[in-house]
Design a protein around this ligand. Structure first.
Ligand code: E4P
Length: 216
């Protein structure tokens, strides 16, 4: 299971990388806007210098030709850049051309198994189904992950399943059980993965017993 962080906050990326568990980074226009990175290129260069893994950078055009122009420029920034393309008809056309040019794509905003099949057929390197946003509208996001993993296995599609819009550790554990290749999550969820109350209680007890020994 590869762990990606879903953020454009450089401090969070640095901290997660220092934990030794980080395999890549996903960003999107909302996350970049939240951090106020007006210079998108320089932000991506900084992230690529911090993490040696796939770094997703999203196009903001909605027609194929403009997506291709944007994506080709993004791909030139660093060998680890993966061009993120929305799952719309024009996006699929762009994914086909990118894959012929050996530019890797992450097809984002996937909410159904049929969309995921089309992305794989078009040549996507990664598919990003959004589980949290489905849960938000009373559909089970993890069921979609199970369907996509099964379908990709049935046809031996090479596209990697990246579980996105992750809100809590159970999304992560279920993704591992289902065999998805990647999970991306906010820094807060990465911290939650490491936490256990019995670890904290146990450590407190070890340290207070140690202190008692020093005082005697
Ligand atoms: C994925 O790459 C997206 O950036 C992300 O996971 C969206 O998550 P959200 O639904 O919490 O905004």
């Amino acid at each position: 299971m590869k762990i990606f962080i879903d953020t454009a906050n450089l401090d969070e990326i640095r901290e997660a990388a220092a934990m030794g568990i980080l395999d890549g980074v996903t960003t999107n226009p909302s996350l970049v806007s939240k951090e106020g990175h007006k210079d998108f290129r320089s932000m991506l260069e900084k992230i690529c210098a911090m993490v040696d893994g796939d770094i997703s950078a999203e196009v903001v055009s909605t027609n194929c030709d403009d997506m291709l122009k944007e994506g080709r420029e993004l791909a030139k920034i660093h060998k680890n850049i993966v061009v993120k393309v929305p799952l719309i008809k024009e996006g699929l056309k762009a994914v086909k051309v990118f894959s012929e040019e050996n530019i890797r794509t992450n097809v984002t905003l996937c909410f159904s198994a049929s969309q995921a099949v089309l992305a794989a057929k078009a040549g996507a390197y990664i598919i990003s189904p959004f589980v949290g946003r489905l849960d938000d509208i009373s559909q089970n996001g993890m069921e979609l992950i199970g369907q996509i993993v099964q379908i990709y296995g049935n046809y031996n599609y090479q596209t990697q399943v990246l579980v996105a819009s992750v809100r809590h550790p159970i999304h992560f554990v279920e993704s591992c059980l289902l065999g998805a290749e990647i999970t991306t999550m906010p820094f807060k969820v990465i911290e939650q993965l490491a936490k256990h109350p019995l670890t904290d209680i146990g450590l407190e007890k070890f340290l207070s017993d140690w202190d008692k020994l020093q005082k005697n």
